[in-house]
Design a protein around this ligand. Structure first.
Ligand SMILES: C[S@@+](CC[C@H](N)C(=O)[O-])C[C@H]1O[C@@H](n2cnc3c(N)ncnc32)[C@H](O)[C@@H]1O
Length: 256
């Protein structure tokens, strides 16, 4: 708890609403969970890194690589990217100090705090309009774009925020979440370079005996794009949240 409190107090946030809406708290909680669940999360991180290496091999150019949802950087082969590309642009709403320190070791790696939905400022003031993101679309040097364990996360905090402020009904929340996800997909498809999407496809909950008890749809009913590669990620091992239920997510990789 002390570590979490200290991070919250000392992490600089260029985007003020990232702290107020709860994104910073969520990133800190995720970092703590990653430490606790190291044994089951590391294979997922290794799979992500291997998929990024594959995406690099598919990419024709080596000028700039743009990563959305860089977060902790644990799922990024950073040294490899820094060696392969002229510039590595890592984008997230918040970066904890560990990510900042790691990025600082490379001259050609930049961290950019940016809202990839370009809609959060509106959500913060309880508007529900979803913008069509534009950032970097005019940058001809972007040869590779990676959306990294991000797309299914995009609606979560905005929907929770708007519901808690009485700015949405449940039905409107569902529509808004879908619009945010479609908006990100549409955004990715507009880049001229190679694009790689790494995302949860679905989650399955099991009881202690290994019997399936529930299925989780992080895509809010949208059909995820067809993945060319998949793996299982034990997101919530037994004992992490409860001693009765574990959750395994199925992650997919798509190239556009
Ligand atoms: C599941 S985490 C994945 C992060 C990183 N790839 C990792 O595994 O540590 C999702 C990330 O998306 C970021 N995020 C959520 N909404 C965002 C937005 N609107 N713009 C930019 N980043 C956002 C969060 O801050 C978080 O770091």
């Amino acid at each position: 708890m002390i570590w979490e409190y200290w991070q919250h107090l000392t992490t600089p946030t260029a985007i003020v609403l990232a702290k107020e809406m709860g994104f910073l708290k969520e990133s800190i909680a995720l970092a703590s969970r990653a430490k606790r669940c190291k044994a089951t999360w590391n294979p997922h991180y290794q799979n992500c890194q291997a998929s990024i290496v594959q995406a690099v091999q598919r990419s024709v150019g080596r000028r700039s690589v743009l990563i959305f949802g860089a977060g902790s950087l644990r799922d990024i082969p950073l040294a490899y990217l820094a060696q392969q590309f002229h510039q590595v642009i890592l984008v997230d709403l918040v970066f904890l100090k560990s990510a900042r320190a790691q990025a600082q070791s490379f001259d050609n790696v930049v961290l950019i705090e940016h809202d990839v939905t370009e809609s959060l400022q509106g959500f913060y003031t309880q508007q529900t309009h979803v913008e069509q993101p534009q950032a970097w679309l005019n940058d001809a040097s972007i040869d590779l774009v990676i959306s990294l364990n991000l797309i299914t996360q995009l609606p979560l905090i905005p929907v929770r925020w708007l519901l808690s402020h009485g700015a949405l009904t449940e039905l409107q929340a569902d529509k808004l979440a879908k619009k945010i996800i479609y908006g990100h997909l549409h955004y990715l498809k507009q880049f001229a370079g190679e694009v790689c999407l790494i995302a949860d496809e679905y989650g399955v909950e099991y009881d202690k005996a290994g019997k399936e008890t529930d299925k989780v749809d992080p895509w809010w009913g949208i059909e995820p794009p067809k993945a060319v590669q998949n793996w299982s990620w034990e997101l919530m091992p037994l004992g992490e949240q409860t001693t009765q239920i574990r959750q395994v997510n199925h992650v997919g990789v798509t190239f556009f």
